[in-house]
Design a protein around this ligand. Structure first.
Ligand code: PT1
Length: 286
């Protein structure tokens, strides 16, 4: 794949796998809650992630981790828009907005966001139309249930098949709304209404999603999956998160969403190197 997405005039080059740095501007985020709420702290953190090699920075003003409550449009706008306005002046890489609210999508676009990252995959009323209006690339993510209840009883008979079918139906919905499939990114939504075995099946079966066409984004950084499997609380999930990033890259993810950009990028680049170098050796591959 030799694809470059146009993120409001900034290029997101997906010819090699890359890292999306996470910038939470929520007071209650699960792993760095409150650290980057002030605009100055947010800018400093974004610049550090850019220097560490982030290809894109994802700004989120609503926590969607398990059990979290929604925020009002006004509150989310107040958190996200000033930060996007400031970042678009000082950061060179594209900026993404992590939102499912159409009002926030439109305001973020006007404030300089170059990509819409929607954990609801444009299922909110008006979201398809708002996303279409911006013309920006969009990440469509799978979630079973809502953040408040999604971990109560996740259930699938075939998790990979069902996530795949859902993402296909959202590609179709986007297309019906006039959004070109070349503008889309797909995401299985690790931790969003999934047990550990569900997450594991999706990570192992990621290539069944990459074959839908659009580039795939994977977000596993610091998630409770890593914590439960390894028996690690925050802040001791770095090695497990980096291992998960390597596996996602190995299985075809093009964008790895992560808090720890430098460490994650090392794992992504090493994995990408091994895959491409092994491909280039004639006769010796398995
Ligand atoms: C993600 C993602 C996201 N994750 C995209 N956007 C979060 N595209 C926010 C846990 O189990 O994977 N892809 N935006 C954060 N959500 C979670 C979910 C955080 C689960 C923590 C957990 O600990």
């Amino acid at each position: 794949m030799e694809r470059v997405l146009d993120c409001a005039g900034r290029a997101l080059d997906l010819s090699r796998p890359c890292v999306m740095g996470i910038l939470n501007v929520t007071p209650d985020s699960f792993s760095d809650g409150g650290d980057f709420v002030g605009a100055d702290a947010a800018i400093a953190h974004a610049l550090a992630m850019q220097a560490a090699g982030a290809a894109i920075i994802d700004v989120g003003g609503e926590s969607t981790r398990p059990g979290s409550q929604g925020v009002s449009v006004a509150e989310e706008l107040a958190r996200v828009i000033p930060v996007l306005e400031a970042l678009s002046q000082v950061v060179n890489v594209p900026l993404s907005v992590d939102t499912s609210k159409p009002e926030v999508m439109l305001a973020a676009w006007r404030a300089g966001a170059g990509l819409i990252n929607d954990v609801m995959a444009l299922r909110r009323d008006g979201a398809l139309e708002a996303a279409k209006q911006t013309g920006l690339p969009i990440c469509l993510m799978h979630m079973q249930g809502t953040p408040q209840t999604m971990q109560q009883r996740p259930h699938y008979t075939d998790v990979v098949g069902e996530v795949r079918a859902f993402l296909r139906s959202r590609i179709a919905a986007a297309s019906q709304a006039g959004i070109d499939s070349n503008q889309l990114i797909l995401d299985p939504g690790f931790g969003f209404g999934k047990t550990d075995p569900h997450n594991a099946a999706l990570l192992a079966g990621l290539s069944q999603l990459t074959d839908l066409g659009p580039p795939v984004l994977a977000g596993l950084s610091r998630k409770s999956l890593v914590g439960r499997v390894l028996g690690r609380d925050m802040p001791d999930r770095l090695a497990g998160s980096v291992a998960a990033a390597a596996l996602a890259t190995r299985n075809g993810a093009r964008i790895i969403r992560a808090h720890d950009v430098a460490e994650t990028l090392d794992a992504v680049r090493l994995t990408d190197y091994v895959m491409s170098a092994a491909d280039a050796v004639p006769f010796e591959q398995g």
